[in-house]
Design a protein around this ligand. Structure first.
Ligand SMILES: [Cu+2]
Length: 425
């Protein structure tokens, strides 16, 4: 008998022990998850995150912010209550072999309360949400219109001639950086040339899809001069992750200067200079895709012929960035690489709002040019920014290339072209 008793005790203890240690492991896992969640949440609050949706820098983003934090708060409280009740019920009423409880029909008072309460919360969240959606769709107060076209994989901005934006006398075309007046209601008219992209500068407004054949409207407003980073947020092909954008807000006065710079007439390079050789190399190798406004060739008999790009015949998406004033922007190739060296870039990005405009308007000086990335780009663009998932696709595009092709230039030609591009300011 004694022998049997010992055996029974062992049998009973073992499952009990395992249950305890299992519970401890579970608790440790839960704590781990909680800590990881809190760390993620805190990381999201970091002050230097330029695409943080919790740091609005303009009226429209502020409207969204004023809506999202109470909604998150309410949803968070409801979420915590629901999880706590579920956890309590799971533990309190777990199966311990107790008899089946008495079955009842239910509790009408509780059921009605739990129907009406969520309905009230939803109405409470719904009214300000719908109001904000309508406010963000307002266009009556527009002071400046800019057209935005998504391309594979960069953004084109064109400023139609208008009385808005302080008056624009002739169209301006640029890419990568959306330059706009600060403290002004800007209206973007968004479309896409190829596939669906999505325009998003978190500090200035929510995101908006850009769809071929459609024009979507998006309000932009920046309280202060500065650079605001964004990212294409609709998967649009291989280099989707390399399709960024930046909004650059300038004071009214600086924006006037910027417009005047953009509309400045073409200045040909000095005869015999490296840049003059670059102009020839540019005409031969680049000008059939890229437009430089005002560039022309002169025949021996004196006839002047404008050099006009025709990207439709060479590129799948039918477009290439306008390079007329390349060196007035700070980034290139979908705002993915800097035209400025890291030190010069830091100086512009970290400038206080009062000093930012003057620094930005300096553009890319020869000392500040990021030679490394620009050279790599001109040498072999697809090696820097993937254009084809498979090399065989290159042959199947009907003779058209996707993005910028590798042109097989030698270093002397690249030197000349860089010297030429440096004068495009
Ligand atoms: Cu895109």
């Amino acid at each position: 008998m004694a022998h049997r008793n010992i055996n029974m005790a062992t049998v009973r203890t073992v499952p009990h022990m395992t249950r305890m240690s299992r519970r401890m492991t579970r608790r440790r896992t839960l704590t781990g998850l909680g800590v990881a969640g809190a760390a993620l949440a805190l990381a999201g609050c970091a002050q230097d995150a330029p695409q943080d949706t919790w740091q609005p820098k303009g009226d429209n983003a502020q409207m969204i912010h004023d809506l999202q934090w109470p909604v998150f708060l309410i949803a968070g409280i409801v979420g915590v209550i629901v999880i706590a009740v579920i956890a309590y019920v799971i533990v309190r009423y777990r199966d311990t072999g107790q008899p089946m409880p008495e079955q009842t029909h239910g509790k009408p008072a509780l059921e009605i309360t739990l129907t009406i309460l969520p309905a009230l919360i939803l109405v409470g969240v719904g009214i300000p949400t719908v109001t904000t959606i309508f406010e963000l769709a307002e266009t009556d107060d527009t002071e400046c219109i800019i057209n935005v076209t998504g391309q594979q994989w960069w953004w084109e901005y064109d400023y139609p001639a208008q009385d808005g934006c302080g008056g624009i006398s002739a169209p301006i075309v640029t890419s990568g950086q959306l330059v706009m007046p600060a403290d002004t209601n800007v209206l973007l008219r968004l479309t896409s040339r190829d596939v669906i992209h999505s325009f998003w500068i978190p500090a200035l407004n929510g995101k908006k899809d850009t769809v071929p054949g459609r024009v979507h409207l998006l309000r932009m407003h920046a309280n202060e001069p500065g650079i605001y980073a964004g990212q294409c947020t609709e998967f649009c092909g291989l280099s989707h992750a390399n399709m960024k954008m930046e909004a650059v807000a300038l004071s009214a006065e600086d924006f006037e200067t910027w417009k005047a710079n953009q509309l400045e007439a073409y200045t040909p390079p000095e005869a015999g200079s490296l840049a003059a050789l670059g102009e020839q190399a540019y005409i031969a190798n680049c000008a059939y895709c890229h437009q430089v406004n005002g560039l022309s060739t002169t025949a021996p008999d004196g006839t002047v012929t404008p050099v006009l790009a025709n990207p439709d015949q060479f590129v799948v998406s039918g477009a290439a960035p306008n390079l007329t004033h390349l060196m007035t922007r700070n980034t290139f190739a979908g705002a993915t690489w800097d035209l400025l060296t890291p030190e010069c870039r830091e100086r512009v990005w970290n400038a206080p709002p009062e000093e930012f405009g003057a620094l930005y308007l300096q553009g890319v000086t020869p000392e500040c040019l990021n030679q490394v990335d620009l050279r790599e780009w001109i040498r072999n663009a697809p090696a820097k920014k993937p254009m084809y998932a498979l090399p065989s696709q290159a042959a199947n595009s009907g003779g058209l290339v996707r993005g910028m092709p590798a042109l097989g230039l030698n270093e002397t030609q690249i030197d000349q072209i860089i010297a030429y591009l440096l004068e495009r300011n």
